[in-house]
Design a protein around this ligand. Structure first.
Ligand SMILES: Cc1ncc(COP(=O)(O)O)c(C=O)c1O
Length: 464
């Protein structure tokens, strides 16, 4: 049985972020078995245990294609899509991302180390973060990664010192971007423009003249400014803030060139942030149409202000990875609080998905071995799905609809967990973290093994 991956009728690439389920998700058989690729989810759970993170290779590839194909078709200049590794990273996934031709945005020494161990091309790595340590910066310098995104003037001074002591010279300057706070704040459905942004990230616009002055004087022999970076938020459902941000950056480029004729910035990084559908009620933007529109505006605006087309960089995390992922849990205890609600507990929770507790994030779920319409509709049964952690706030889905015959041992699939789940996971209550597998057609590729009790003890030092 093969899933249908043919492109949509309008010939635009798929935009997986529009759907709650991954692309290769299907329901087959009278008993309503949910499949990913060619394998029933209940079989994946039986073979690999639960909780289990499952990534749909077809969805990751389609999302990567949506970004890359759109920039190829709509942006006449150079471009690079950098996957934001904070969304989800392990060695195998970094290798998959590399094979897809994407770059990587890392924000810590650990992410950078993982990428390097995966053999990721250093020149396609960009290093973000508001407080990189000297050791982290030295690792980046040593491996000559593509770009360091400097977050503040203090870090710029530190980088200059480290570059000078590492022997970097005027012929071999460190290529950097500078992250600015553009005064645009986005929340899923609305955004505001403020003159100033009270944010821990980025250089305030008022500090730009000082920054440029330093780069053209005391740091001129160690550091080369390649462009600016602005990341305006996450789970964004609007395109206008990106347009406003891009134009603001390009106006700054023109202004810098006006005062320093020799500085023509060649990179423009618009950050990540495009939203996805976590629930059937979410209505995110399609990647191809949105990015295509933004790319066209950037190109047109460059023409208008007579600026050479910069290399366009974007840094999606969630919209590349979240929809590809689902988490499988096994149903355990159930209870009904009279006149109040029914509780269904699963064998994971806030340790493998902190987002509901942290942000009130919402998710959609099915019982993977009872996923048919008949099961779902005949017995739609309100329940609160909770985890196994010792916190009342350990709720997976507060108001779920499950088949009435849900029972111990059933497999629950929660969608949209490919981003910011494993990467934010903890061992709270000393519960080992789940394994991750990649499923593509018949292939099932393990990416991360399940943590063991001995792994939990590995850092402990018994008293002598
Ligand atoms: C600098 C930067 N780039 C990219 C991203 C990725 O954002 P998203 O996962 O919403 O696409 C983030 C997320 O916080 C970020 O801080």
């Amino acid at each position: 049985m093969t899933a249908d991956f043919s492109p949509p009728a309008n010939n635009e690439p798929h935009s997986p972020n529009l759907f709650v389920e991954p692309l290769s998700y299907r329901i087959h058989g009278g008993d309503g078995q949910a499949y990913l690729g060619n394998t029933p989810l209940s079989q994946l759970a039986a073979h690999h245990g639960t909780p289990l993170y499952v990534l749909d290779g077809a969805t990751v590839k389609a999302a990567a294609h949506a970004y890359q194909h759109t920039l190829e078709n709509h942006y006449p200049g150079e471009h690079l899509v950098l996957y934001a590794a904070k969304a989800n990273l392990n060695i195998g996934l970094a290798q998959k991302i590399g094979q897809l031709g994407l770059g990587l945005d890392v924000v810590s020494g650990g992410e950078l180390y993982t990428a390097l161990q995966a053999g990721f091309p250093p020149e396609k790595i960009c290093f973000n973060g508001n407080n990189k340590s000297a050791d982290e910066l030295l690792m980046a310098l040593h491996h000559r990664i593509g770009r360091i995104t400097v977050d503040n003037l203090d870090e710029l001074a530190l980088l200059h010192e480290l570059a000078a002591s590492s022997g970097r010279t005027a012929d071999d300057r460190v290529p950097i971007l500078v992250r600015i706070t553009p005064g645009i704040e986005c929340h899923t459905h609305d955004y505001i423009q403020t003159g100033q942004n009270d944010s821990k990230f980025g250089v305030d616009l008022s500090e730009l003249p000082t920054l440029v002055h330093q780069l053209t004087t005391e740091y001129a022999d160690t550091i080369e400014l390649k462009g600016l970076h602005a990341h305006i938020g996450s789970q964004i459902f609007e395109r206008q803030p990106y347009i406003d941000s891009a134009k603001l950056l390009l106006n700054i480029y023109a202004n810098i060139r006006k005062h320093h004729a020799d500085i023509v910035l060649t990179d423009l990084n618009l950050g990540g942030g495009m939203g996805i559908a976590y629930t059937k009620g979410d209505d995110p933007l399609p990647i191809p149409a949105t990015l295509g529109f933004i790319a066209t505006i950037v190109a047109d605006y460059c023409e208008l202000i007579d600026y050479p087309l910069p290399r366009l960089l974007v840094e999606p995390g969630r919209s590349l990875m979240a929809t590809a992922g689902l988490t499988l849990y096994t149903v355990g205890s159930q209870k009904t609080v009279p006149n109040t609600r029914h509780y269904v507990a699963v064998d994971g929770g806030m340790g493998d998905n902190i987002r509901p507790a942290l942000y009130g994030a919402e998710y959609h779920a099915v019982v993977a071995n009872k996923a048919s319409e008949a099961h779902t509709l005949s017995g739609t049964h309100p329940a609160r799905i909770v985890g196994k952690y010792c916190e009342s706030g350990d709720v997976v889905i507060p108001e779920a609809k499950l088949p009435a015959n849900v029972t111990r041992g059933d497999i629950l699939a929660v969608f949209g967990t490919g981003a910011y789940n494993d990467s934010m996971a903890s061992t709270y209550n000393r519960v080992p973290r789940p394994a991750t597998i990649w499923v593509e057609g018949d292939a099932i590729i393990p990416l991360v093994r399940r943590e063991t009790y001995d792994d939990l003890l590995a850092r402990d030092i018994p008293l002598k």
